[in-house]
Design a protein around this ligand. Structure first.
Ligand SMILES: Cc1cc2nc3c(=O)[nH]c(=O)nc-3n(C[C@H](O)[C@H](O)[C@H](O)COP(=O)(O)OP(=O)(O)OC[C@H]3O[C@@H](n4cnc5c(N)ncnc54)[C@H](O)[C@@H]3O)c2cc1C
Length: 327
């Protein structure tokens, strides 16, 4: 055995976990079958502290956001690749109900410190960020390939279990639920994103009304993301029309053209929160999955839990532990 830990999957989860182990001097190997289906290659990497039609602060964001930014900035410095950008979100109201909800919540201070100035059309969300998850996994892949740590192959779980002390599955939608989660089912939702050629956008502003427009480079932006649960009809052409309509509204008359369309699959657990820890029935099997639509915010916190667990035996937080599903 050359390393006691094998990480299976080098998307956002596997990469942040590997980086955490590498920094701590914990020996590990990592394998990925190629990023063809990786959500991290497609996902927008937006960290938005206030989300949804109900205008709520993201769960745990006050503690998770500074931790996440610290990790991505450290990776950026170490790898010499731009990965994270501070952003603001211009959140437009859909209707009077949203205006009322915002007014009530800002009066109680519930949205502090992220809710900024407001007017009749919407409000500003301060303290958002964008993590370039595609660049992040590409940088780690190049680095770990060069030092021989990354194997580019599909891992056969049964064979791997016999050769490592712990095999941590960071396999995203490709392999979720079932054995890895102690028999609990996972839910998948497909998301589509368009790349636009569009000029004149403020580089640090995300426009948001249900869908968002995210500037990614000079003259380039992304619009997304659709959400189609497993089993629902999710034709790419329907998603494209929906996103073009949203982009037209958000860009308010600015001309644009569509240059690409991509799709990825998000994974959620039955209670829609992540799943980390050891499999209750097979403790040599670990899991780090179900990051849903908030992988960029959650991954550093979850990786730190794995670090605490392996170095100090600290149990995983109950709200994310795989054991919460055990009967
Ligand atoms: C359209 C869309 C938009 C999104 N927008 C955002 C956003 O704005 N903000 C945000 O925070 N999150 C967003 N997300 C979610 C985010 O992208 C995911 O939470 C995150 O990327 C999941 O990372 P992961 O490592 O768990 O999975 P993945 O990125 O899917 O990685 C899993 C990896 O495991 C590998 N693998 C699987 N099985 C095996 C095997 N047996 N052997 C070897 N390798 C294997 C695969 O090749 C893959 O590379 C979005 C997702 C989508 C689809």
């Amino acid at each position: 055995m050359s390393a006691p830990i094998l990480i299976v999957g080098q998307g956002l989860a596997g990469t942040v976990l590997g980086w955490t182990f590498e920094r701590a001097g914990i020996a590990f190997e990592i394998a990925d079958s190629g990023h063809a289906g990786a959500a991290s290659r497609v996902g927008a990497g937006i960290i938005n502290p206030i989300t949804g039609q109900r205008i709520v602060k993201s769960r745990g964001v006050d503690a998770l956001l500074p931790r996440a930014l610290e990790v991505y900035r450290a990776m950026e410095a170490e790898w010499g690749v731009p990965l994270v950008r501070a952003m603001r979100v211009r959140r437009f109201f859909n209707d009077d109900r949203e205006r009322r909800v915002f007014a009530e919540k800002s009066a109680t201070g519930e949205l502090a410190p992220y809710a900024g100035e407001a007017d009749a059309d919407g409000f500003w969300i301060e303290g958002a960020a964008r993590v370039d998850t595609a660049a992040l996994i590409a940088a780690a892949r190049a680095r770990w390939r060069a030092d021989g740590r990354l194997r580019e192959e599909r891992v056969d779980l049964t064979a791997a279990l016999g050769r490592y002390d712990v095999v941590i599955l960071c396999t995203g939608a490709n392999d979720c639920g079932g054995l890895a989660w102690g028999g609990v089912g996972c839910a998948r939702a497909t998301g589509e994103i368009l790349t636009l050629a569009v000029g004149g956008l403020a580089p640090e502003v995300i426009l948001n009304r249900g869908h968002w427009v995210l500037p990614t480079a000079a003259g380039v932006a992304k619009v997304g993301a659709t959400y189609a649960r497993e089993g629902a009809e999710s034709a790419a052409s329907v998603a494209r029309d929906e996103l073009i309509l949203s982009a037209s509204r958000l860009l308010d008359g600015r001309g644009f053209s569509v240059t690409a369309q991509e799709a990825g699959v998000r994974v959620t657990s039955p209670d829609r929160y992540p799943v980390v820890g050891r499999n209750p029935r097979e403790p040599r099997l670990g899991v780090f999955n179900a990051l849903g639509s908030k992988g960029a915010l959650l991954a550093p916190w979850l990786a730190h839990q794995w670090f605490n667990h392996l170095t100090e035996g600290i149990p995983f937080d109950r709200e994310v532990a795989a054991t919460r599903f055990a009967r």
